[in-house]
Design a protein around this ligand. Structure first.
Ligand SMILES: Nc1ncnc2c1ncn2[C@@H]1O[C@H](COP(=O)(O)OP(=O)(O)OP(=O)(O)O)[C@@H](O)[C@H]1O
Ligand SMILES: [Mg+2]
Length: 401
């Protein structure tokens, strides 16, 4: 069976992860190489030092190529950072022809109308995603081609990013000889790796807790309805620990990963508070938990505030799915459940065939999603969404070339 090579590069705020693989004609993916390297030259998701950023991407790609045994030629690249904004917009056109038949070119035309929303001059459109169409007022149509009507409306979700940020990222990737297939907003990629189709249909909130950012995406009726990037992540938790307990940032990061837990200790345990020694210092695990809990409590509330509707039980019956390295924090799932009263689960990427053992961690949801992007956007149901996406992204990419 013919297999097509695909690569995803997730340039995160703490790590760059390259996943190389291939997909067969039935859209089954296989992982051939994984390369992880610490991110340098980025601050809050934006490239601040081109050389350093390029070197960490190169290192991650090189490691993946070594396992795969071949070179990366092109890749799907993830985009994140606080420079990203999103808005929902509508567009409407008349079907003036005699037969009143909606054709593919009408979809293109109505999408053009919908995307003509005013955006700041330093921003560029990254994705225009059709959420649903309506023909003569009848809404909720996923693909109106072939239907008859006088008027075609589309509801879209438009994501914009800072021109300079995208230019710098594109430049880094191209300078190591890799062509960009598409730029994908990171939470959209994470969703591909961890969400079930029923969850997207019923309504679900996805939050990817990364190093410096938490990426949020809300899906309802099988369409994306909200995305946002919160400028808070694991870094802020470690910084609180470092300040609160008087440790270096590195020691705080280490103790968080090894001993951090947000489960409140009952009175009995509080009396027997355990301590651990860091150098000369005895650290109380109770104090550590308290510091982390305060920041995580705030973060979970910020995530929930992103929901566009307050009737949560009806709007997102599938609840909250947590991904990103921060989702590994001990007790965070139970804590999120207590605060939100939603169902909450950990989003770990599916175990793909091949050398994917290292990827079975919520921190790699974005990277796996970038690899799967093409398979999930190839099938008939999402085909025209992809048409809209690619058709409109390509001019953006050309602009950055
Ligand atoms: N076991 C753990 N407990 C708590 N935090 C953890 C654990 N493992 C990783 N983290 C935290 O996860 C964060 C990194 O997550 P991730 O790898 O998803 O970030 P990233 O993809 O580089 O960043 P971003 O998605 O914001 O661009 C770090 O702040 C790290 O401290
Ligand atoms: Mg990430």
């Amino acid at each position: 069976m013919k297999r097509t090579k695909v690569t995803g590069i997730d340039v995160g705020t703490t790590k760059v992860c390259t996943v190389m693989g291939d997909i067969d004609e039935k859209n089954n993916a296989r992982v051939m190489g994984v390369g992880i390297a610490p991110t340098r030259g980025l601050a809050k998701g934006m490239v601040v030092n081109l050389n350093e950023a390029r070197e960490s991407i190169r290192e991650s790609v090189r490691r993946a190529e070594r396992t795969a045994g071949y070179k990366v030629e092109s890749a799907y690249v993830g985009v994140t950072g606080r420079h990203i904004s999103s808005v929902n917009n509508r567009g409407a056109i008349a079907i003036a022809r005699n037969d009143r038949l909606v054709r593919a070119e009408d979809l293109k035309r109505v999408m053009e109308v919908a995307r003509s929303v005013e955006i700041p001059r330093d921003q560029k459109v990254l994705h225009v995603i059709p959420r649903a169409y309506s023909v003569d007022g009848q809404g909720g149509i996923k693909n109106p081609v072939g239907m008859h009507g006088f008027r075609l409306d589309v509801e879209t979700h438009i994501i914009t990013a800072a021109v300079t940020s995208i230019q710098n990222l594109t430049k880094c990737i191209r300078s190591i000889g890799i062509e960009i297939e598409d730029l994908i907003l990171e939470p959209l990629a994470s969703a591909e790796a961890v969400l079930a189709p029923e969850e997207r249909l019923d309504g679900v909130l996805l939050a990817d807790i990364g190093g410096f950012t938490t990426d949020v995406a809300v899906f309802k009726d099988n369409a994306i309805c909200h995305t946002s990037i919160l400028p808070v992540g694991g870094y802020q938790i470690s910084r609180d620990i470092s300040i609160g307990l008087g440790l270096t940032y590195e020691a705080a990061e280490d103790i968080k990963k090894k001993h951090g837990n947000v489960t409140p200790m009952g009175n009995a345990e509080a009396i027997e508070d355990r301590t651990i020694n860091i150098g000369q210092q005895a650290i109380s695990l109770n104090d550590l938990g308290e510091i982390i809990r305060a920041r995580v409590d705030e973060l979970i509330r910020l995530i929930v505030m992103e929901l566009p509707q307050k009737d949560y039980a009806r709007f997102i019956p599938s609840g909250l799915v947590l991904t990103g390295g921060g989702a590994n924090l001990g007790g965070i799932i139970d804590m999120a459940r207590d605060i939100t009263r939603f169902p909450v689960r950990l989003g770990t990427p599916v175990n793909l065939p091949g050398v994917s053992d290292a990827l079975c961690d919520p921190a790699y949801a974005t990277s796996v999603g970038l690899l799967l992007w093409r398979t999930r956007n190839n099938n008939a149901q999402t085909h025209h969404a992809k048409g809209g996406l690619r058709g409109l992204i390509s001019p953006v990419l050309r602009l950055f070339r």
